[in-house]
Design a protein around this ligand. Sequence first.
Ligand code: BG6
Length: 467
Amino acid sequence: MKRFPDNFYWGGAIAANQVEGAWNQDGKGLSTSDVQPKGIFGGVIARKENVSSIKDVAIDFYHRYPEDIKLFAEMGFTCLRVSIAWARIFPDGDEQTPNEAGLAHYDRLFDELLSHGITPMVTLSHYEMPWNLVTRYHGWGNRLLIDLFVKYAETVFERYKDKVKLWLTFNEINMSLHAPLTGVGLPEGSSQSEIYQAIHHQLVASAVVVGKCHEIISDAKIGNMLLGGLLYPLTCSPDDVLKAMEENRGWLFFGDVQSRGCYPGYMLRFFRENMIELDITEQDREHLKTNTVDFISFSYYNSGCASTDDEIIEKSRGNILSMISNPLLPCSEWGWTIDATGMRILLNILWDRYQKPLFIVENGLGAKDTLKDDFTVDDDYRIAYLNNHLYQVYEAIEDGVDVMGYTSWGPIDLVSNSTAELGKRYGFIYVNRDDKGHGDLARYRKASFYWYRDVIRSNGETLVPKM
Ligand code: BG6
């Protein structure tokens, strides 16, 4: 019989800056997300000029969360991954005391989840930080950020210790290499040395808060979060195979440090050969070594290929991660390769490498949906994508991989991170708002809503090998 483990977490994942809106309410400070209205690759604007952003209201989850959580409960969610907006708790990031209104908001949110039997999983930092930390301190380039982040983390651990037992440190921590402003608060064009130094500070901060979390909430589990940027060699030439190995190490290295507690030899070689000299103190090494994560979480949307052919590489520039598309696989409307088997491969790679429980905290299909006159949406393409990926999760579990749970990305439509579109929809729940901000924000159940409800209800038994 095809079943997922008992106590497998089923649910969805959202991030504060992509759903909440209320960008300047209840004492919230300006964040890096607020100054990037066109998404993380769309540049920075000065909010003083009174330029608005689709994220200012987003899907108004800040006010509508009770209604939305009720819908999640109707689907049978046992887990919802959310993030806390750091700038709601410490508006400028460097205050002595936290903003009570911000803390009280998340109290209400967690209470609401718990009252529906939904376990909150909280990301401390999901693609936003107080903007003041960028302008005043040079972001994570400044070692002081470690202390400021630890203070923020301690504050929320203390406050929510009875309510939240699952935590994640930094969302897609490896993304800083591609989006330094969003990841580590450094301007585009920063040098490799600056970026890796900022990343080092973030890795140390991540380790320190793992330790703090264990101290403050003895029954909590805390994980890291990687963008699972799985790459295959484009051909079977050993050079391409080696290139794929190296490029995969480019993101796996974050997991190596967070899970194994030290920089791997291949990274030390990379730093040496690229004249990158990091300021790593003995105390940093100690923190990394002692405070490794309890589990590994990751996002997986698509795979790509690696090649040593310069012409092919050149053509792929401009893609989000400069991934080379796999000629054998189809793509989404946004050009993201669809590769369900990659889910099984990735789960096995991470399990073989770390031997720690894995949690799939993002996966899904961004697509254009049509709301019909009867307020339903036929999103069979989304059902097929999710079914096929979830079936591969089941296969990996059969392979012996320890998987804690699955939270699909954007269970309710939200603002896209890369392009700030609302028309790129991931949800089981349709939100009536378009890219221009038109619409009354009403929520409607899509066909996938009922499909996911049945998957959860049957603990995976309704999944089929391929749709
Ligand atoms: C991940 C992020 O990269 O992918 C999310 O953690 C993001 O914040 C998701 O929304 C999907 O990407 P996009 O660009 O389609 O929103």
